[in-house]
Ligand binder design. Structure first.
Ligand code: EPU
Length: 302
């Protein structure tokens, strides 16, 4: 959606919002897929309630973008504007074993920054692309750990009440790729409480996870990580692989030949191609195993 009304543009500027016109979301997503929309970059958390009120008062729908690494965005001219937090500098402040991190901070950089200050625990997340806010919302995890374990406090914008609240860790439930946040809650900042470990020891853990990831996942290719959640007690990747669907394609959307739960954009795949591939695979897994795979990737339909 394009914003043209000079009054709205002036109000946005007054809120410190950086308005970027006709941005290709394919440039902002790791899948390299997505149509065009205006992008509103938020430089001050406290402007968010007023920004959302402004959009609501003018009937402008919006969606919140994190790092774009677990997201499949529809093609074409999109019927909403996209909001994104701009990361402040610095975006991580340490205080003993606590790390106060802005939601827009890069997850990998956060893991290595904390490691350099002898704070560990998050080694498994090292190769996971995206922001800390996105990781929190989905309770990102890998190699036996999940970010939720370390959450002490979260500052969140609650769209339902249009206010900013700070929640304590025990008020939030973190489950496998799921949290108790409302769908329209937006993560703004988090305080993590991390165990002390020597940099050397953390680095060793990081190296092992990197090696495992490199040997089993298509890291150099455009993907959104795993497409489906693992059903209880089973592996979506193994099921898809066992059905011989590696390399299955619709246009340039393709099941990775390295890890069958990664679907890659091997050229100029559209959202339509990727959605068709997802639905083919889901259908065949359902027929063969009677299991209805649930998306892990977030889909923004137009
Ligand atoms: N497998 C196959 N063929 C494949 C892929 C996997 O046979 O094409 C087998 C593996 O050999 C292994 C089993 O399936 O025996 C599980 O595979 P893997 O260890 O790769 O783990 P996964 O369950 O497929 C999960 C997470 C990943 C995370 C890894 C490592 C989900 C949906 N996926 O994958 O997370 O990186 O464990 O901890 O939970 C993501 O969330 O986007 C993601 C990639």
């Amino acid at each position: 959606m394009r914003l043209e009304d000079p009054k709205i543009l002036a109000d946005l500027a007054a809120l410190g919002v950086d308005h970027r016109r006709a941005v290709a979301l394919s440039e902002l997503t790791s899948l390299g897929i997505g149509g065009t929309s205006d992008l509103l970059r938020i430089t001050r958390h406290d402007s968010l309630p007023a920004l959302v009120s402004l959009l609501a008062a003018n009937g402008i729908p919006y969606k919140f973008l994190g790092g774009g690494s677990n997201l499949l965005v529809a093609d074409g001219d999109l019927p909403w504007v996209v909001l994104q937090l701009a990361a402040p500098d610095p975006n991580i402040v340490l205080e003993g074993n606590l790390a106060h991190v802005d939601a827009a901070a890069d997850l990998g950089r956060t893991v290595t920054f904390c490691a350099k200050h002898d704070l560990g625990g998050m080694e498994g997340l090292i190769g996971v692309p995206g922001t800390v806010g996105g990781a929190l919302r989905m309770n990102a995890g890998a190699y036996g750990m999940q970010i939720g374990t370390y959450v002490r406090e979260v500052k969140v914008y609650r769209a339902a009440a249009r206010n900013i609240e700070t929640l304590r860790g025990h008020q939030i439930s973190f489950e496998y790729r799921h949290t108790s946040f409302a769908p329209d809650d937006t993560m703004l900042a988090v305080t993590l409480e991390l165990p002390s470990k020597s940099y050397k020891e953390i680095l060793q853990g990081i190296r092992i996870c990197n090696e495992k990831r490199r040997s089993s996942q298509p890291l150099g290719q455009k993907s959104a990580g795993c497409i489906f959640k693992n059903p209880p007690g089973a592996s979506a990747g193994r099921m898809i692989d066992e059905l011989g669907m590696k390399n299955l394609r619709v246009g340039d959307a393709r099941v990775s030949d390295r890890h069958a739960n990664f679907f890659v954009n091997s050229g100029r795949a559209s959202a339509k191609d990727m959605l068709a591939l997802i639905s083919n695979v889901r259908e065949r897994v359902h027929q063969a195993y009677g299991v209805a795979l649930e998306n892990e990737v977030i889909v923004w339909n137009a």
